[in-house]
Design a protein around this ligand. Structure first.
Ligand code: GLA
Length: 385
């Protein structure tokens, strides 16, 4: 990371002060391999942290404020340290920074005046978790070398996003950014908040393809899905009172009671319950080096999101439907919250070039858009860059 750090330090010095050497922190984005919309239903997810990350350079300042500059937005923001506990969201990028600072202050961390210079290599709006990278990058930078339990850092980032920014997200993105591990995927149990590292087969590449579209349904559709899952739990509880979340419902139970659940919550529940099982099956297939089965589960997950959870879109379905016809492709699916962003593809490494060329041509012909491709290798979680 030395080169990146030098660039971040140079950016800080040019923008703020040339006579200081800031500390540089890094928090990664993530690509979720399988287990979509299962986190807030307390099921399993299976992301990898990425080399693409948010970098934060930080140094003490004497002006009594937190001053943050976003290189990507070309915008500076400041807030006095005393105002932090009662800060209000502004609907801007710095809500993530202020939300995290507010949570740290509420957790009893004494914040002092600082300058932060921020630059992210995680493409925004791509479903690769640029928001969590910014939250966790801000958290580790503001903590500086002060100790905080790593799970608490992830939870604090999630609280900033749900309680301050206003997106009622699950824990996956922040957890992955904190606990990422080079060389392995993270199977997270979102009920017990524990994880296991699962090494991935070496003879396959993971490629994310950015559709370059993001339909603005995002937050409202996410909220709706959360509510529909709660409605499904209520309907199942009326028959099986021990079910407190969709995690508690097996596929057998679901099949027995599904006729008593209204249509939309029933399909949402079918996605979540089957997807949680797919995570378990995917981890077993990864351990057994069974790329065929991993690919099959990718596609089953996509179809479930397409038809039952209804969070895909035309561009994303096209990228998946085209990818699976190409040589060397084991499977493809949308990744992340939905309505655009990226697909994730499991492919034979020597097929990477033809995959890229064929998919680019087909997508350009159909939508006039050039997709972006990212090679995804599991990277370490947040810390000093
Ligand atoms: C967003 C949320 C996550 C998760 C995914 C869908 O990324 O932030 O908590 O719910 O969508 O799997």
């Amino acid at each position: 990371m030395a080169l990146v750090s030098d660039e971040i330090i140079a950016g800080f010095r040019t923008h703020f002060r040339s006579d200081v050497t800031p500390d540089v922190y890094r928090a990664p984005g993530r690509v979720n391999l399988i287990g979509e919309h299962t986190d807030y239903n307390l099921g399993f997810v299976f992301p990898i942290a990425l080399e693409m990350a948010c970098f934060v350079a930080i140094a003490p300042a004497g002006h009594g404020k937190l001053r943050a500059y976003s290189r990507d937005m070309g915008d500076e923001f400041r807030i006095s340290v005393e105002e932090l506990p009662n800060a209000k969201p502004a609907g801007k990028w710095h809500d993530y920074v202020v939300g995290v600072a507010r949570e740290l202050a509420r957790a009893g961390v004494k914040l002092e005046s600082r300058d932060l210079w921020i630059k992210s290599t995680v493409p925004a709006g791509s479903g690769l978790s640029s928001s969590a990278a910014l939250e966790i990058g801000t958290a580790v930078a503001l903590l500086d070398s002060r100790e905080m339990n790593r799970l608490d850092i992830a939870l604090l980032g999630q609280r900033a996003e749900s309680g301050f920014v206003g997106m009622p997200c699950g824990i996956m993105d922040q957890y992955a950014s904190v606990f990422g591990h080079a060389g392995a995927a993270i199977q997270i149990d979102c009920r017990s908040l524990t994880h296991e590292y699962v090494p991935l087969p070496r003879n396959a590449a993971i490629v994310a393809v950015n559709s370059m579209v993001k339909h603005e349904l995002g937050t409202s559709a996410y909220r709706e899905r959360v509510a529909e899952c709660q409605a499904a739990v209520a309907a199942i509880r009326a028959i099986e009172p021990c079910v407190e979340s969709l995690r508690d419902a097996s596929l057998d139970l679901f099949n027995r009671v599904q006729n008593r659940i209204p249509d939309v919550p029933r399909r949402r529940a079918r996605h979540v319950i089957s997807e949680t099982q797919r995570v378990i099956d995917f981890a077993a297939a990864a351990r057994a080096n069974d790329l065929g089965e991993m690919g099959r589960l990718f596609l089953a997950s996509h179809r479930s999101m397409q038809h039952d959870y209804e969070i895909t879109c035309e561009e994303i379905d096209f990228l998946v439907d085209t990818a699976i016809t190409l040589p060397g492709v084991y499977g493809a699916r949308m990744t992340g919250g939905g309505f655009g962003g990226c697909t994730v593809n499991l492919i034979a490494p020597d097929a990477a070039n033809s995959f890229r060329e064929n998919l680019t041509r087909a997508y350009q012909d159909k939508f006039g858009i050039t997709p972006a491709f990212y090679d995804c290798k599991p990277a370490e979680g947040a810390g000093r860059a």
